[in-house]
Design a protein around this ligand. Sequence first.
Ligand code: AMP
Ligand code: ZN
Length: 115
Amino acid sequence: MADCIFCKIANKEADAKFIFEDETVIAIRDLSPKAPEHILIIPKKHIGSINDFTDSDKDLMAHIMVDVIPKIANDLKIDKSGFRVVINTGEDGGQTVNHLHIHLLGGRSLTWPPG
Ligand code: AMP
Ligand code: ZN
């Protein structure tokens, strides 16, 4: 989608170092990290938010949850210590980039509830 920063990054039209890439997903470090490890897992396909999911996204999201997140957590060695997965959605959810992305945060003890 035009003027979408995460589409541009996924299409390699904007600079970013991928820490993970496969056919459907990339992962990059967040520009403004909120934890020692703060990774954004981004579908290459433009999906605005959870509100825009269709049935055709089920395999993609299962792949992210079952394959990609555990692999990255393991690679970063935060699988045993623990981590948090967050999808901010819409205005009240604090979503600022309207291309679905999953935050993976770890490397410190995270408080609850979020603000
Ligand atoms: P959200 O507020 O959930 O929409 O998260 C968007 C996140 O994207 C924020 O944590 C930003 O710091 C991060 N971000 C925005 N632009 C970039 C970029 N070019 N590279 C890496 N992270 C970015
Ligand atoms: Zn996009």
